[in-house]
Design a protein around this ligand. Structure first.
Ligand SMILES: [Zn+2]
Length: 265
């Protein structure tokens, strides 16, 4: 492992903002990937095509769900649904969706749905997972985007999940003396090399998901409690067309990429 002090200094010198890789080129599948989201189904709606593509290429992918979606019930469809019951249903749906994508493991942190806050406790929990699984790349949302168009306000849980995921990657996961209690759990610092931020209004990296768009759709359909009989195919394809436009791709997922460390080769 590289010396931690050197890593920190490297990221602080004035080459900040200089992209070290060609983001015009589709990135290779990272060896180890962690996808961090607030709710079951967030991953499937947003980056399922990339996750499936990278899993097929051999990436080991860990999906982290900060909540188990225990508020995600529509009173019109089931007014008697209880939180505990919904947790079981949604975790099962998330496991099935992840399996469809080729994810290796799903971790649930079971924070309360709809009430996420950017706490140090949450940051420590995510830092613990990053140090344990040592991902080369982290996939998460963009905490800076509050409004999408004029009809969707980004869910506060999504903003918090993304914000804390980024804070866990830097500086917490790689800095020895942040959360020293993790050292006594045997969890040494780990430097994540890249972050792929979806839903950004400044995308610079595009993953062609032509070969996995159907897998993405199938995975999303595993979330029966959320989508019922609705067929999400057209909507997901329309989003993928929209995201691929900039690069002439029929179906893509677009990311803002942060390069924190040169790739190991
Ligand atoms: Zn969500």
């Amino acid at each position: 492992m590289a010396d931690n002090e050197t890593q920190i200094q490297d990221s602080a010198i004035p080459e900040r903002g200089v992209t070290k890789v060609d983001t015009g080129k589709e990135p290779n599948a990272p060896a180890r990937v962690m996808s961090i989201h607030a709710h079951p189904d967030d991953q499937e709606f947003t980056i399922g095509g990339t996750v499936a593509k990278w899993a097929r290429a051999g990436s080991e992918i860990i999906t982290v769900c900060i909540t188990s979606g225990d508020s995600g019930s529509n009173e019109k469809t089931d007014p008697n649904m209880k939180k505990e019951e919904l947790v079981k249903i949604r975790e099962e749906e998330q496991r099935n969706a992840a399996k469809a994508l080729g994810v290796k493991e799903v971790v649930f942190l079971r924070y309360p749905d709809g009430m996420l806050q950017p706490t140090i406790t949450l940051r420590r929990d995510l830092t613990r997972l990053i140090r344990k699984y040592k991902p080369d790349a982290v996939l998460c949302g963009d905490p800076t985007v509050r409004f999408y168009g004029n009809s969707y306000m980004n869910h506060p849980d999504h903003r918090v999940a993304a914000d804390v995921a980024l804070d866990a990657v830097f500086p917490s996961a790689g800095t020895r003396l942040i959360f020293p209690e993790l050292l006594s759990e045997g969890l040494e610092p780990h430097q994540v090399a890249r972050i792929f931020i979806h839903g950004s209004d400044k995308p610079d990296t595009f993953v062609d998901i032509g070969a996995t768009i159907e897998v993405k759709i199938a995975a999303l359909r595993e979330h029966h409690s959320q989508i019922n009989d609705w067929d999400p195919s057209e909507m997901l394809k329309e989003w993928a067309r929209e995201e691929g436009k900039a690069r002439g791709l029929e179906h893509a997922e677009a990311f803002r990429q942060m390069v924190l460390k040169e790739e190991r080769n």
